[in-house]
Structure formats: C-alpha cells, structure tokens
Design a protein around this ligand. Structure first.
Ligand code: KG4
Ligand code: ZN
Length: 337
C-alpha cells in the first residue's frame, strides 16, 4: 500500500503545503507573503494572519496539483518548530484539526531536521541521487548555522554551531548596512557575481573546533563602511559589486573552512548543504570545487528546496510514518527547541 503524506509548513512567512507519496513529491505549493516587504522584515502578527488566510486555499491547490483526494491521505505532517509562535500555531491547529476529522495520524516535524532531509526527496521526473549514511550536512539559514552528522534518516548529531549570528544573518545585517531590503542574501549574491572578491578584506573570526561566529564580521563590516564613508560619501554606491563579492567571499570561506575541518575530523565524504543560504552561488561553487579536490560526493539542493517549503516537512513525516512515530492531539508548537 502506498503511503501518502500531506505536509504543512508555516514556521515563518511562507505558507506551504506539499503532498508526498512513498518519498516521491507530488506537489509542493508555496504562498509567499508580500505584506512584509514594506516593513524591511517579517512582522509576526501579519505573518500569522496571512497564514490563516492562505492555509485552506493552498491545501486545496496542493491536493489538486497532486491529483489526490483528501481521503487518500494517510497522515498529516506539520512543522512544530522552531519558528514564530503565531505562525506555527496556524499550521499546527490546522494539521491537528485535519488529522482529527480524517481519523489519521498526526506527525510533528522539526523544521531544522527537515531542511537537511530535502536531499532524500524523490522526483519521478528526475534521476534520483540520494546520500548514503553517515552524511555530513552544512545547514545554513537565516536563524541557524550548523554542521550536522546524519546517522540515518531521523538520527542526527550537531557537531558544529554558531555561537552568535547565523550565516544568513551576516548576509542580511551587512546587506542592511549597504541599504538592501530584507532578506539581503539573494541581492548580495547577484551583485557579487559582478564584483571582485579580493578587493576588500574583512576579519575572519577564530572560533574553536567546528563552531562559527559571524557577529565580529558584521562589526568589522560596519566600522569599515563608517571609515570609508567619512572620506567618500558615495563609497557604497561606487563599490557595491566589490563590497558584495568580498563580503560573500569572506562568509563562504568561513563556512567552507569549517566544513572541510568537519570532513577531515569525521572522515565523512558524503557531504551536502541545506537551508536558505545554500542557494548562494558562491557557496555552491566553492563546495563543488572542493568536492573535485577532495573526492567528496556532494549534494546541493534544487533552489526551491533551499528556502522554507512543505516538501521537506513531508519527506521527514514520511520517514517518521514508517517508524510509527506519531504525535498526540495535545501537542503545542514550540518557538525554540
Ligand atoms: O532557510 P531560510 O529560508 O529561513 C530560515 O529558516 O531562516 O533562510 C533565509 C536566509 C536569509 O537570511 C536570506 O538572506 C538567505 O537565507 N538567503 C541567501 C540567499 N538566498 C537566501 N543568502 C545568500 N545568498 C542567497 N542566494
Ligand atoms: Zn528554514
């Protein structure tokens, strides 16, 4: 009997619903919320309201696109956290109601674990290549920067973590200093392609073992701009591409040096990246080059699976379903684990 999972993701500002059958993606719909654009960041109250408005139509469309009836669903998977509490409440309540009404199991999913599991989503229209275990994954998002060892689909060990800001925050905060809107990562990435990464040098932190730190880089970037702007008030405008290229190069070098260290330490050569910052073209190029040098077998997610999506919740839910790892109706979302 096939196993069909309906998955709900509502941890931040994307309302996403996916249908996954036996690990194969049937649909993955994402409604982005334009309401936050003029505020320069996600406004939690507006995010939960938009989720509330979007969740039923997005679910309808996801089922339609998958060619699946609601009665064909075997379980409902949802993001329990981490994320914005009001946003998580919408997805959690909806998933609970649906599971109860349909008398099917409910499966809670950790959003961060799900980001890594994107590498296991199968696609009928593609040649499917999935990692074998142990798998080493660099998870880089707006809120997290971690190096994780996956022992099997559901057992993970975090062997490196940021002690302050996440890599995505470094992009966003430095981008803000240059006048970019939120999130700044994609815009910096685009301009970096036109600039010289060796024009400016920003401090790289010394952090022990496999941990990261990005707050020093942000401060060094701030002081650097402040000094240069004193002599030349159009310094940013004149040097934007080189600034973006040099900043991106610094962030990517920090990430890659720890990933290389992690591979050497664990002797794992099955390596991937995941999370919003894994969309970064500099990081993608760097890991591809390193893979050739070091004989790594690498996994880079399709762009649609780098940012928040329900397909990743669905694939995690699928493996939990196979284990019989179900959640009770008294579950509540958690902003932080
Ligand atoms: O995983 P994600 O969608 O949300 C979180 O769970 O945090 O990640 C969002 C982060 C933002 O900081 C954004 O600036 C960054 O991912 N990002 C990028 C790129 N695309 C998104 N950073 C650098 N280059 C990109 N192309
Ligand atoms: Zn995320």
């Amino acid at each position: 009997m096939p196993v069909t999972i309906l998955a709900i993701e509502s941890s931040c500002d994307d309302t996403s619903v996916a249908v996954i059958r036996d690990g194969y993606i049937l649909s993955n719909l994402i409604a982005n919320q334009g309401v936050h654009l003029s505020f320069g960041g996600v406004v939690p109250e507006l995010a939960s309201r938009a989720h509330q408005a979007n969740i039923v139509p997005v679910t309808d469309q996801a089922l339609k696109k998958a060619g699946v009836q609601i009665s064909d669903i075997d379980a409902v998977a949802f993001t329990r956290g981490p994320g914005l509490l009001g946003s998580l409440l919408v997805g959690t309540s909806f998933a609970k109601g649906l599971a109860l009404a349909m008398s099917i199991p409910l499966i809670e999913v950790n959003h961060l674990q799900a980001h890594i599991l994107v590498h296991f989503i199968l696609d009928k229209n593609k040649e499917n290549r999935i990692p074998s275990f142990p798998f080493l994954c660099l998870l880089v998002s707006g809120g997290h920067t971690q190096i994780i060892v996956m022992k099997n689909h559901l057992e993970i060990e975090i062997i490196g973590n940021t002690i302050d800001d996440a890599a995505g925050e470094a992009f966003d905060k430095c981008g803000k200093l240059m006048g970019f809107g939120y999130p700044a990562g994609p815009a910096i990435d685009e301009l970096a392609g036109l600039g010289n990464p060796y024009t400016f040098h920003f401090s790289k932190p010394y952090v022990k073992d496999l941990d990261f730190s990005f707050s020093g880089l942000k401060t060094s970037f701030l002081y650097f701009l402040r000094d240069r702007l004193k002599g030349e008030n159009d310094f940013i405008e004149k040097n934007k591409t080189d600034l973006c290229a040099s900043l991106q190069h610094t962030i990517v070098s920090i990430l890659m040096s720890k990933l290389i260290k992690a591979s050497e330490k664990t002797r794992i050569t099955e390596i991937g990246i995941a999370g919003g910052v894994s969309a970064n073209s500099g990081l993608r190029k760097a890991i591809t080059a390193e893979a050739v040098k070091r004989n790594w077998s690498i996994f880079i997610p399709p762009l649609v699976y780098t940012t928040d999506n329900a397909a990743m919740i669905g694939i995690t839910g699928y493996y939990k379903y196979l284990r019989g790892d179900f959640t009770d109706q008294d579950v509540a979302p958690v902003a932080r684990f």
